[in-house]
Write a protein that binds this ligand. Sequence first.
Ligand code: SAM
Length: 294
Amino acid sequence: MEDSGCEPNLMSLHLLKPILVDCRPLSRTQCLLFHRIRASSRKSSVHVSSWKPSDHLRRCCSTDAFVVASDDKYGNKQVISVNPRLYDYILGNVREPEAILRKLREETATMRGSQMQVSPDQGQLLSMLVQILGAKRCIEVGVYTGYSSLAIALVLPESGCLVACERDEKALEVAARYYEQAGVLHKVHLKCGLAKDTLKFLLENGEASSFDFAFVDAEKKMYPEYFELLLQLVRVGGIIVIDNVLWHGKVADPLVNDAKTASIRNFNKALMEDERVDISMVPIGDGMTICRKR
Ligand SMILES: C[S@@+](CC[C@H](N)C(=O)[O-])C[C@H]1O[C@@H](n2cnc3c(N)ncnc32)[C@H](O)[C@@H]1O
């Protein structure tokens, strides 16, 4: 068997699969094994583009979907988790219609922090939401090199605008180059600086309730503040999408209590109880919650 960082984890998960599919309570030893596998799989994060399973693994994991729940508690609905092979399939079914998006994704992949950009399936969902809403005025908090903002700008009408908030000047230079190449620079209002200041400025400028759509993908501890400001900026019926709400799965792990995980967990709980919005948490990428202002 080839020595690949991810194989032992997948192999071990495969061994645990019959136990988990049955949804029988795990013994203490099985629980410990499960937590150990999860912890080590976090360390050896699997990058789909570079993931090459050996023939042995192909045979072992020939069932793509890993059923994590199918008992009464879930209405006997079979719920699956995504493994690299299935994710490959999902990506194979993503339309990334504009060659420019792929080009930006590939250039960014060579840069520091490239894991921060949204995945193509997330980009497609954002574009879809903007189109369904018929959005004309959008805000993005956390642009980086511009993948998600480009996906949004490309589907905005010619008269539409996207206020793009980012504090990293160098990353914004890359984004601006791609907006220009894609012919959407005129739609994007670049705001280099702290996002909170930009959002406050928009409110002071009388732009409350004037935006249709917002996407939040920046400093996690600031999520509650971004959300409060955006809720004032977005109109009734408008949408705010929040990224990284599953935080690599850590939010659901009682053994993880670091500050970032705790803040996202608290934010998710607050959203759950927030009657000003309808919500839908979607397990795509690192998890996105779609909020619709009531
Ligand atoms: C996860 S990345 C955004 C990825 C982007 N949505 C994409 O698809 O490529 C987060 C970005 O937020 C920026 N950021 C973090 N805190 C910020 C703040 N307080 N104000 C403005 N930008 C911030 C970081 O510089 C970083 O580029």
